[in-house]
Design a protein around this ligand. Structure first.
Ligand SMILES: Cc1ncc(COP(=O)(O)O)c(C=O)c1O
Length: 453
């Protein structure tokens, strides 16, 4: 009954009071009260107490179908019994030996076996560290200083990748990043191979880094043939091609997007699924690139340094190796893809039936929701490329009231989205999918009634 008289925001504020109280307390601890920029949300973010399978429970006791799945890392769902058991067992054996161990061998072996381009690899503690190392390796090998990135792509938060991520992509300014660092970054116009070729032709660009799905896990899809074209021109100009597979790795296929699309990069960065839900990342690639990390007796040899206290720590290695063994079965990715497609189709049906402007699209096992924008191809059901919408608009997606109402409205009906969309896991059942589409139906109806869309 509350629903008929209250707005989404009013009802959310009332029913999620435990989160509201904690958010107030958090303001005294963390800037804006959050510990990851992606969790910033109005009127306040969600606080959770536990999770299992496809669900999590918040501090007020709501059961919520989770599409954040550990920011994309939990393709097996929360607390997969085999991963949990292996980690608990390892915990009893120690968390850090300050020495090599069997689990890191197992973990490295799984990465090498699954990802076609990985001849040698190093582990890091996060995706940000992985892209930082990959760019340094590219510069060391080519003895060139510049890096080309594609507007809108996200590669973590270190100095070499933060610029050009938010619209307008051409704006390189980023507070706290030295001007000299920004000068070494070239931001290419989105998916314009001709423009990229012109930039590479100067032969001063060490590496090109991009998400092979298109920016932000296919929020801005790439045109057909783009990756193959990029592979060709990077080879032509001696530039190292780096696929950032932090999200797509082990999700787009057991061997990531490079397996799914049949394009082999020179280097790959990984995190999230690679570490089975614990902190961790990896950089892998051609042996003749990775060799710059080697120790050699030759006094003239200058190696690229790479320490890191928690690299390949036994807990992450155990979670990672166990997870990779399980995701090596392509049925994992096939199931998640199928469930995501049902969500995309079901949500587009809702928009069409309700006459609401918007589109739900994506590829592999992800979905993205863009509301308030007419899209001509909505009737195709599973929309891969939202027609006629600019890359900048796709990236900015839902802002202000549309974003907060969609998120809070879905939570009121038992669903947590992740950044205007979500990622699937093997724990997401048909029942979850049906409930999610029903939640979307009610939420969109309420947003229309409130005049938000
Ligand atoms: C494509 C991509 N690269 C890099 C990163 C950074 O990874 P991390 O958050 O582990 O530093 C992310 C994080 O979401 C990502 O999606």
């Amino acid at each position: 009954m509350a629903q008929a008289t209250q707005t989404i925001e009013q009802q959310f504020t009332e029913e999620f009071d435990g989160s509201r109280q904690r958010a107030m307390q958090a303001l005294e601890l963390f800037p804006s009260g959050i510990t990851h920029d992606g969790r910033y949300m109005k009127p306040f973010p969600l606080y959770c107490a536990r999770a299992a399978g496809s669900k999590k429970w918040d501090v007020d006791g709501h059961e919520i179908i989770d599409y954040a799945v550990g920011h994309g890392s939990l393709i097996l769902g929360h607390n997969h019994p085999e991963v949990t058991a292996a980690v608990v067992e390892q915990l009893k054996l120690g968390t850090h030996y300050g020495a090599g161990h069997d689990r890191e061998l197992e973990w490295g072996d799984w990465v090498q076996r699954l990802v076609p381009s990985v001849q040698r690899l190093k582990f890091t503690s996060s995706g940000t560290e992985a892209t930082l190392l990959a760019l340094r390796l590219a510069r060391a090998v080519t003895q060139r200083d510049k890096i080309l990135k594609i507007g809108g792509n996200f590669h973590g938060w270190h100095d070499f990748v933060v610029s050009g991520e938010r619209p307008p992509f051409v704006d390189k300014a980023s507070p706290g990043v030295p001007a000299a660092t920004l000068e070494s970054i070239v931001i290419a116009p989105y998916s314009d191979l001709e423009a990229i070729e012109q930039l590479l032709a100067a032969r001063d660009i060490a590496g090109v880094i991009l998400e092979p799905s298109g920016a932000s896990w296919a929020t801005i899809p790439l045109p057909e043939g783009f990756l193959a074209g990029l592979r060709e021109i990077t080879q032509r100009y001696g530039t190292i091609l780096i696929f950032d597979e932090v999200i797509t790795g082990f999700r787009w296929a057991p061997g990531g997007a490079q397996e799914r699309f049949g394009i082999t990069p020179d280097m790959t960065t990984m995190a999230k699924i690679v570490a089975g839900g614990l902190p961790g990342g990896a950089v892998g690639g051609r042996a003749d690139i990775m060799e710059v990390l080697e120790f050699r007796d030759d006094p003239a040899w200058k190696k690229v340094p790479h320490p890191g206290t928690y690299n390949a720590n036994p807990l992450s290695a155990t979670a990672g190796a166990t997870c990779l063994r399980l995701v090596s079965n392509p049925e994992v990715q096939q199931f998640c893809d199928a469930q995501a497609k049902k969500i995309r189709v079901g949500m587009n049906d809702v928009l069409v039936t309700r006459g609401a402007p918007g589109v739900v699209y994506g590829e592999s096992s992800v979905f993205h929701i863009l509301l308030g924008e007419e899209c001509s191809s909505v009737h195709d059901g599973d929309v891969r490329v939202p027609a006629g919408i600019s890359p900048e608009r796709l990236k900015a997606a839902n802002v202000g009231k549309i974003k907060s109402s969609l998120w809070a409205g879905m939570l009121l009906h038992g669903v947590d989205l992740f950044s205007n969309g979500g990622l699937l896991s093997i724990a997401h059942s048909d029942d979850d999918v049906e409930k999610t589409i029903a939640a979307f139906d009610v939420t969109v109806g309420r947003m229309q009634a409130e005049g938000i869309i």
